[in-house]
Structure formats: structure tokens, C-alpha cells
Design a protein around this ligand. Structure first.
Ligand code: NAD
Length: 340
């Protein structure tokens, strides 16, 4: 059955069970912020589904987990339609896979835009929660979670409690309307103390800072969110009217000028070797940061080339996430649990 050809009954069964189990894990992770398996285990299930679909494309339905952005929208929040869709990222798990991806993107650009050279924007993959900020004439009017990419959850009141997110943009040259996307994270340094407080109050500790960020941001009561030291870095834009920038990196400099929190670690690189060096460097310094990272994101810097490459229904074809190998169990959390 692994050789291709029509899928047999056993394989159809494995496929259906796997797709159902991935859907259930997505609900537990996004909607309930209570995953029951590790991210590495989840990634392995997802990978297997992709393999089965590559061998048997006839299995792929429109509602396959590989065709949809995974976030669920909880009824506890008002639904918000994003002006422009939000996407997930294609993952690669080794340098060989990354090189194959960079070669594919280069060939795609060459085909659509012969002679163009690619600048690669590389940055940290922040392990937090994707948030979409909508500014009109420089005023923050709405904030939402990613949800399924089309509809997210309205968390405006909670986001207003985060000190690093400006209510009014600085300067004067703002677009009439712009969606700014980024990652809200729970600072690593404060995470241990939060769990100690949770346990002291008789509550279950968070499994990791990402879950702490999601749990803190998706509170019914903004006063609860305000007590948590949440922070944010922005890493993209959605719908915009009247934005002059022509590259991702120019955009970051504009956003920074308007007082938005941009990461100091992004680079614009001109060769695949430099991209690989960037990954090695941050792999060695993974824990010297304010936030956790689970990988490195590589983007084609030029907006014209991004548009030329386009999107699938789930991911942009101009960006990829290299995931670092999973680390051992969080020892700090183990300490806390052992001492309960
Ligand atoms: P993803 O986390 O692999 O990547 C997409 C997201 O990365 C984007 O939406 C964006 O918000 C974020 N991101 C962080 N830094 C970024 C940057 N610099 N530039 C652009 N984007 C950046 O994909 P996903 O669809 O959000 O979710 C999959 C993740 O969730 C995987 O890590 C998976 O293991 C985990 N997950 C786990 C379970 C579980 O049961 N344990 C279930 C579902 C999902």
C-alpha cells in the first residue's frame, strides 16, 4: 500500500482515524489550551497524514487538516472576520528539508520572475499565540486571535492590557487601515513564578510558556490578563491601504518607527549558507532570549516575489519554519510538580 496505487480499505481506515485524531488534538490545543500530547508527537501525526496524502492524493478532501489553518474559535468570544486571511507555516525538520525548500522557492521565483535574486529574511519563531491588530488612522480598534485564519476571537480588551502594544501609533505617516500580525508571548523568566503561584492557589500549572500566553490572553476578565506579564513581537502585516514599503524588512522598520515591538534579531541574508549559519547560531543561544522559540522562520523579503509565489489554502509558499529538535521535558515544571 505504501507504493502508491489505489488505497486499500486498511489504509483508508488509518487515514480517517489519523485525520480525526488530529482534529481532536487541535480542539484540545487551540480551543481548550489543554493539549494531551506533546508538540513533537502532534507534528509526527501531521507528518504521517501528509505522507499518506502524498502517496494517495485521491484521499485529500477540502476539510483535510492539511488544507486548513488549525485554530478553533471558542463560543466564549465574539467572532471577528480578519480583513485578510491569516496563514500557518510549512514546517521542515532538518537542514536537508530546509535546503530542498530553499531550492524549490528559488526555482519558483526563477520561473515566475526570471533573473530576480532573492533576499531571505530570517527571524526567530516565537513560541506564543498569533494575534492580529487592526489600526485605523493610527488607532488600535480591534485585536483578534488567528482562529481558523478566516475568523478569529475578539480579544481587544485583553490586548489593551499589554504594555508594549501601542493604542496610538507614533509619527504621522500611518496607513488609513492596516492589520499588523505578531506573536503574544509569556516571558520565560516569569514563567516559573507564575506556575508556583498557580500551584499555591491549588490550580494546575501550565505545561509551557506558550500555553501560559494562550491561557492568559483568552481570559473572560481583562483584569486577569492585566496581572500577567504578557509581551509581543510583530512579524507581519495583512490588509493595508496606503503602505509604502516594498519588502518585509522595510515594513519592520516602519512598524518600529510607529512604536510597535519588533524583534531585534531579524536579518536579511543573501545566501543559503548564511541562512544555515543563522539557524546554528540561534540553536546555540536558544535560551538567552526573553521568550521561547521553537524554530527559525525564513521569508522571501520582497513583497513582489511573495505575491508571485502566493499561498496554498493553509500556508504561504514564500515562507518556511525550520523547527529545532524537541527538547527534554521542562525540568522547572518537573521540580514544581515533584514538590507539590
Ligand atoms: P506553527 O506554530 O508551526 O506556525 C505558524 C505560526 O507561527 C504562525 O501562525 C505565527 O503566529 C507563528 N510565528 C511565530 N513566529 C513567527 C515569525 N517570526 N514569523 C511568522 N510567523 C511566526 O503552526 P500552527 O498552525 O500555529 O500550529 C502548529 C503548532 O501547534 C505546532 O507546533 C504543533 O505542534 C502545535 N500543536 C500542538 C498540538 C498538541 O496537541 N500538542 C495540537 C495542535 C497544534
Amino acid at each position: 500500500a505504501e507504493q502508491g496505487g489505489p488505497p486499500g480499505a486498511a489504509l483508508r481506515e488509518e487515514y480517517a482515524q489519523l485525520a480525526d485524531s488530529i482534529r481532536a488534538h487541535r480542539i484540545a490545543y487551540y480551543q481548550d489550551a489543554a493539549p494531551t500530547i506533546s508538540d513533537a508527537e502532534f507534528d509526527a501525526l501531521f507528518r504521517r497524514l501528509e505522507e499518506l496524502e502524498a502517496l494517495h492524493p485521491e484521499l485529500v478532501a477540502n476539510d483535510s487538516p492539511t488544507q486548513e489553518v488549525g485554530g478553533e474559535v471558542s463560543a466564549a468570544f465574539a467572532p471577528v472576520e480578519h480583513l485578510a486571511r491569516m496563514y500557518s507555516l510549512e514546517d521542515v525538520f532538518s537542514l536537508d528539508e530546509l535546503t530542498a525548500w530553499l531550492d524549490r522557492a528559488t526555482a519558483g521565483v526563477e520561473q515566475r520572475s526570471p533573473g530576480a535574486t532573492i533576499a531571505w529574511l530570517t527571524e526567530l519563531k516565537i513560541d506564543g499565540l498569533a494575534v492580529n491588530l487592526l489600526y485605523r488612522n493610527g488607532e488600535l480598534v480591534r485585536a483578534a486571535t488567528r482562529g481558523d485564519g478566516v475568523t478569529g476571537e475578539d480579544i481587544t480588551h485583553n490586548v489593551l492590557t499589554i504594555a508594549s502594544i501601542p493604542r496610538h501609533l507614533e509619527g504621522a505617516d500611518h496607513p488609513e487601515e492596516v492589520e499588523i500580525r505578531g506573536e503574544v508571548f509569556f516571558p520565560t523568566k516569569e514563567f516559573g513564578q507564575l506556575n508556583e503561584r498557580m500551584v499555591a492557589a491549588g490550580k494546575a500549572p501550565f505545561a509551557n510558556p506558550r500555553n501560559a500566553a494562550a491561557g492568559s490572553l483568552r481570559q473572560k476578565d481583562p483584569a486577569m490578563t492585566a496581572e500577567r506579564p504578557l509581551d509581543m513581537y510583530v512579524h507581519g502585516i495583512g490588509a493595508r491601504t496606503g503602505l509604502s514599503a516594498r519588502t518585509q524588512s522595510e515594513t519592520y522598520e516602519l512598524l518600529k518607527g510607529w512604536g510597535l515591538p519588533t524583534s531585534p534579531y531579524y536579518r536579511v541574508l543573501h545566501s543559503q549558507d548564511e541562512v544555515v549559519d543563522f539557524i546554528a547560531h540561534h540553536g546555540d543561544h536558544r535560551h538567552d532570549l526573553l521568550h521561547e522559540i521553537d524554530g527559525i522562520v525564513v521569508k522571501v523579503d520582497s513583497f513582489a516575489l511573495q505575491r508571485a509565489l502566493g499561498h496554498t489554502s493553509r500556508v504561504p509558499r514564500w515562507s518556511v519554519a525550520y523547527k529545532y529538535p524537541p527538547e527534554e521535558v521542562n525540568t522547572r515544571l518537573l521540580d514544581i510538580l515533584v514538590n507539590v
